[in-house]
Design a protein around this ligand. Sequence first.
Ligand SMILES: [Zn+2]
Length: 500
Amino acid sequence: MSAPTSELMEFDDVIAAYDPVLGMEVHVELGTATKMFCGCPTAFGAEPNTQVCPVCIGLPGSLPVANAAAIESAIRVGLALNCSIRPSSIFARKNYFYPDQPKNYQISQYDEPIAFDGHLDVILADGTPWRVEIERAHMEEDTGKSLHIGGTGRIHGASHSLLDYNRAGVPLVEIVTRPITGAGERAPEVARAYVSALRDLLKALEVSDVRMDQGSLRCDANVSLMPKGAAEFGTRTETKNVNSLKSVEIAVRYEMRRQGAVLRDGGEVVQETRHFQEGDGSTSAGRRKETAEDYRYFPEPDLPPVSPDPAWIEELRTTLPELPWVRRARIQQEWGVSDEVMRDLVNVGAVDLVIATADAGASPEAARGWWVSFLAQQANSRTVDLADLAITPVQVARIISLVDEGKLTNKLAQQVVTGVLDGEGDPDEVVAARGLEVVRDDSALQQAVDVALAANPDIVEKIRGGKLAAAGKIVGDVMKATRGQADPARVKELVLAACG
Ligand SMILES: [Zn+2]
C-alpha cells in the first residue's frame, strides 16, 4: 500500500525543516565463471536448480573454498575506489533463517572487510563535483531466489513459493558509503549520480556486467532526516533493490517526503526496510530492520584469512584500466566537444555507448545523435536505463552505416531501431523482414512521381514558372506513397526533370 499524497510533505518544505542523510549500499554480482565458494557455474537464466552442489546448498560436511578470481575482483574494486586493502581479512558467518539461504547463514565479511576507507568523486548534472566517502567494500555470497506463485508475485496472497538456488553462492562485493550529509535538496540527485558513477567504474573494471534490470547491480538506499541544527542523525529506513538509476532518485525523494510528513505530524520514523514500487514511485513497509547483534556474526571457521601478497596488490594497482573520468576527459578532447555536450552525454548515461558505437565504425557525431535523442526517447518510453536497451553499440553502428550508404533514410532507420528493440533480430534482419530498404528502382519512383504530378497540376505550373521550392509538396506526397522508403533527394531530381 502506498501512502496517499496527503501523507507526503512538499519537497521544499522538507528541505526547509530538515537535513537529509543518505547511506548507499550497492551489491554487485561479480562476473566470475564460478561461484564464491564452489565450482558451480554462475550463468544467468539457467533452468532452476541446475547450478547447485553440496557446498552452495549447504549440505552437512561440505566445505567452502574461496574463489581467487573473486578475491582479485574485490581488490581491484577496492583499489579503484581509493580504498586501503587489508593485509589479512577474514570471512564471517551472518546467521539468519530465510528460505532462499539454504545454509541458514551467509558467508560475508564483518569487522575486517577486504577494502575500507576510500572515496568516489562523482559529477552532478550541472557539473558540480561531489565526493562520496566509501566506508568499506566487502566480499560475500548471494542468496537464492524465491518465486511466489499466484496472487501478485509478492508473498502475501501467494498460494505457494518455489525456490531457485542457482544464484545461491554467486560472488558479491558490497560497497557501503559513509553517511552522505550536506546534500540538502540535491540528495536524490547525489544518490543517483553516485550509483551511476559506481556502475561506470565497475563496468570499466570488467568485474561485472552491472545490469540493474537483471539484478547484477542492486542498490539499497538508506535515508533519514535530521531537524536543521540537530546534532544526531534521525532514524533511517532502507529502501531495497531499487533497480534503475531513475528509480534511485525517485525512491530517495519519496522517502524524504514521507519521513518529513511522519515527523511533521509528531510521529516517529520506524527503522525498517522498505520496498520500492516501480509503478507509482512509492515505497512500502517491509520488515523491521535487524541490528548487527541480531545476526550473531562470528568468524567463519571453514575458511582461512585472505592475505593477499602486497606485491600482487601493487601489480593489480598498476594494471587498473583507464578509469571512466580519465577516459571521459581524453575522449572529450579527441572529439573536440564542449563541457556542456559532454555533460549531457554523461547525464543520459551515453558516454560509453557512444564510444563503443564509434569504435564499431560510426562517426562520433552520428553516434552521439542517435544515443542522446531517438534512443534516449526509446529508453524513456520503455522505462529502462539507456545502457539496458536491447540494442548493442555494434547494431547502432550498423544502422548508421546503412544510413550513410543511402540504404536507409533517418525515418526508416528509426523503424529499424524499433524492430531491434522489439526483438525482431539484427538490423539487417529487420530491414529484410519489414521490407524497409530505400526504394532504388527509378521506374517504381517515376510511377509515384507521375501520379503525384498528375494530381497537382497547379504545382507543376509553379515549378515550370521557376518556383522550384514548390517541388517540396510533390516530394512529400511521393514519400507518403512509398511509406518513407524513397530517397527524397532522388525524388526531387525526378520531379524537377519531369517538369523541365
Ligand atoms: Zn555449488
